[in-house]
Design a protein around this ligand. Structure first.
Ligand code: AMP
Ligand code: MG
Length: 424
């Protein structure tokens, strides 16, 4: 079987039975992660202008037929096609003028044409609008040479939506298209899910804030900035608990503080592996938490702790920044989206062609930073994979155009193979 056949259309990126070494297959880990997270139940009503990027709590349907009245699609002349008797050309007197916002039936009389502007209500007796370009206008009369079809240039009542038609589903974020549709339906206030409260902290005694003077062995903390950027969304409320040294008592206090602030999701970075200074698992367990998944068959990001502490979901990301980013992207972000009530929490994938083949040890699904090199004759992007050992190489991540997905059981992936791709 070649690699491209194993991808499923619903976007499963890595369905191999990667049981090697007791690791949890990536797809199983994603399902476990999503099962841990239930959408926040509370909702609030917001004016439309304050609802941008918030998550719609319920579906929205059309409150009435839309448009609500027949109206002109063009600047021109409204007339009754039955008044055009015999063969053309026909000449009609112009009996008045109507513009957008005027009441319907303003000034229309049988046997005449009415000057009409785009968006104006079309009189009930008129059944066509001829464009101003299709007529000659002279001394208050129009002459037309071609018989318009009934209905031409009229936007009919209900032609877009009937009363009760589905307009928007629950669980989508309100962007410009959705705001437009909501306003079109006359919705002044919108029911959205409450914001998801997310407490974040990084662990590591070596960490200093970006820009701070570094002592021997110290580094700048990039994971906290990565998380802050990832969480800066209008449906998320971030509680930044800072950088915590590798001391179990301080880490435990930090968890307690996350509780105190009623976090729905607690995210840490670092300290989840099995080294002497990896305290997160112990601290979570002592706080009464349960870790449901730890060793996941993914690369990078094998040590990712996912579980619950009381009512909160806990995601412990690895410390290596690229691993933290990938684990956030592939596991943390879907959990967050599900908590927020977003109906499609999984990452969107596209297809790309591999620029040059590779050989590897099978067993873990790999999310490899990759660059787009060009396009194949069929229009698919061709990608080049960046270094195979990359979990600490932030420079490579910064230069990448996305993550190429290499399935867990692939040992050899030939040049030209189709791969799933997560585009940045
Ligand atoms: P850990 O998972 O805590 O063992 O960390 C693994 C590696 O990632 C170590 O080299 C850490 O110094 C580094 N690291 C951990 N946290 C951060 C962070 N917030 N920013 C940058 N590097 C980090
Ligand atoms: Mg550490």
């Amino acid at each position: 079987m070649n690699t491209s056949e194993r991808f499923t259309p619903d976007g499963c990126v890595c369905d191999a039975e990667a049981k090697a070494g007791g690791l949890i297959p990536f797809e199983t880990a994603v399902s476990m992660a999503l099962d841990l997270a239930l959408p926040v139940r509370e909702t609030e009503w917001l004016p439309i202008e304050q609802a941008t990027d918030r998550v719609l709590a319920g579906p929205v349907s059309a409150p009435a037929a839309l448009p609500m009245f027949n109206n002109s699609a063009m600047d021109g002349y409204a007339l009754r096609t039955r008044d055009l008797t015999g063969d053309g050309p026909w000449t009609l007197p112009v009996s008045g003028r109507t513009a957008a916002g005027d009441p319907a039936d303003a000034g229309f009389a049988r046997g005449t044409a009415l000057r009409i502007l785009t968006g104006a209500a079309v009189a009930s007796e008129a059944d066509a609008v001829v464009t101003q370009e299709a007529v000659d206008v002279r001394a208050g009369r129009i002459t037309l040479r071609r018989r318009p079809d009934p209905g031409s240039n009229i936007r009919r009542r209900g032609e877009d939506l009937c009363r009760g038609d589905d307009v928007l589903p629950a669980g989508i974020a309100i962007g410009p298209r959705q705001a437009c549709a909501l306003a079109y339906c006359g919705a002044a206030e919108i029911e959205v899910r409450r914001k998801v409260r997310v407490a974040i902290f990084s662990t590591g005694s070596e960490l200093r804030p970006p820009g701070a003077a570094l002592g021997p062995g110290q580094i700048w903390n990039c994971n906290l900035s990565m998380l802050t950027a990832a969480l800066t969304q209008s449906w998320v409320e971030v509680v930044d608990l800072g950088a915590i040294p590798d001391r179990p008592d301080e880490l435990a206090e930090t968890l307690a503080s996350a509780f105190g602030q009623s976090a729905d999701l607690i995210i840490s970075t670092g300290g989840v592996s099995v080294g002497d200074e990896d305290h997160m698992r112990g601290v979570v367990c002592r706080a009464g938490g349960e870790i449901a998944a730890l060793r996941i068959a993914m690369k990078p990001g094998k040590p990712v702790a996912m579980g619950r502490i009381g009512p909160a979901v806990f995601v412990g990301l690895p410390g290596n920044p690229v691993a933290a980013f990938v684990a956030w992207h592939m596991l943390g972000a879907p959990v967050l989206k599900r908590l927020g009530g977003i109906a499609a929490p999984r990452e969107r994938l596209s297809r790309v062609r591999l620029g040059s083949g590779l050989s590897r040890f099978p067993g873990r699904c790999e999310f490899r930073p990759a660059r787009i090199l060009g396009r194949d004759p069929g229009g698919l992007d061709i990608v080049g994979l960046l270094s195979s050992s990359f979990s600490a190489r932030v420079g490579l991540l910064a230069a990448a155009d996305g993550l190429a997905v290499i399935p867990a059981d692939a040992e050899r992936v030939p040049e030209g193979e189709l791969l799933d791709f997560i585009r940045f």
